[in-house]
Write a protein of this length. Structure first.
Length: 233
């Protein structure tokens, strides 16, 4: 299951920020006790593995999946795999048993999903530009806010509910974005969708995090992110 790092690590445009990871750790340690058995954590959208590596260094048993090989191979705790297929096939249970915690940050459905391969010198911070190629089919990083995006994440949170053990936790990091000058309430949609999947809300945290200042709505940004903590009954 271990993987070797790539010779040339590819930049990821949306890694966990340090402030989000520290706040996530504070939230989770109130509900999960470290003991003889290392608590298990799964991240279905692990990227380069910054989140799973952070918790592994603090005594957890954390594992992630990432669809894009260039990002997955930057951490030995990340498997290059389709997360939906990985969960449907029961491979989470095979890899780590019933999961104590799922902690993840999905793509936000914003302009970072743009597919355009710009030829000019303007600075762009999209998944397509960071990877320097088209995204793999099925990568939500290429989905704009819309029905495709919502359908994908309805199925994802349904599967997350299945892999979390009874009494286990789901910690979701998400934020809104601005489109055509208006705030799109992506966070509230994800919160409601997690509840519809069967989770019960435990608490929320608003964390101030500066946004990227690139693109069409560079002057209007949402300078903060949500952490929603849920529990499976």
């Amino acid at each position: 299951m271990k993987q070797a790092a790539t010779e040339k690590p590819q930049r990821h445009p949306a890694k966990f920020t340090d402030v989000i990871l520290k706040e996530a750790e504070r939230l989770l340690t109130k509900h999960v006790m470290l003991g003889p058995r290392r608590p298990t954590m799964y991240d279905p959208f692990a990227g380069t593995g910054k989140g799973v590596d952070y918790f592994n260094e603090r005594g957890w048993c954390a594992l992630g999946t990432e669809l894009e090989r260039e990002w997955a191979t930057q951490s030995t705790a990340v498997i290059n795999a389709d997360s939906l297929r990985f969960m449907r096939d029961g491979q989470v249970d095979w890899a780590m048993g019933p999961v104590d915690v799922v902690f993840t940050s999905p793509c936000y459905g914003n302009r970072m999903a743009d597919h355009h391969a710009a030829k000019d010198t303007s600075k762009r911070n999209t998944y397509r530009h960071a990877l320097e190629r088209e995204l793999t089919e099925g990568n939500a990083g290429g989905m704009q806010w819309g029905e495709e995006y919502r359908s994908f994440h309805r199925e994802t949170w349904r599967l997350v509910f299945q892999v979390v053990r009874p009494g286990g936790l789901f910690l979701l990091n998400i934020k809104d974005h601005i489109r055509k000058g208006e705030q799109v309430h992506v966070s509230e949609w994800h919160r409601e969708t997690a509840l519809a999947a069967g989770f019960e809300q435990v608490t929320t945290r608003w964390v101030e995090v500066p946004s990227n200042r690139f693109g069409q709505n560079h002057a209007a940004r949402v300078d903060g992110e949500w952490l929603f903590l849920f529990q499976k009954p």
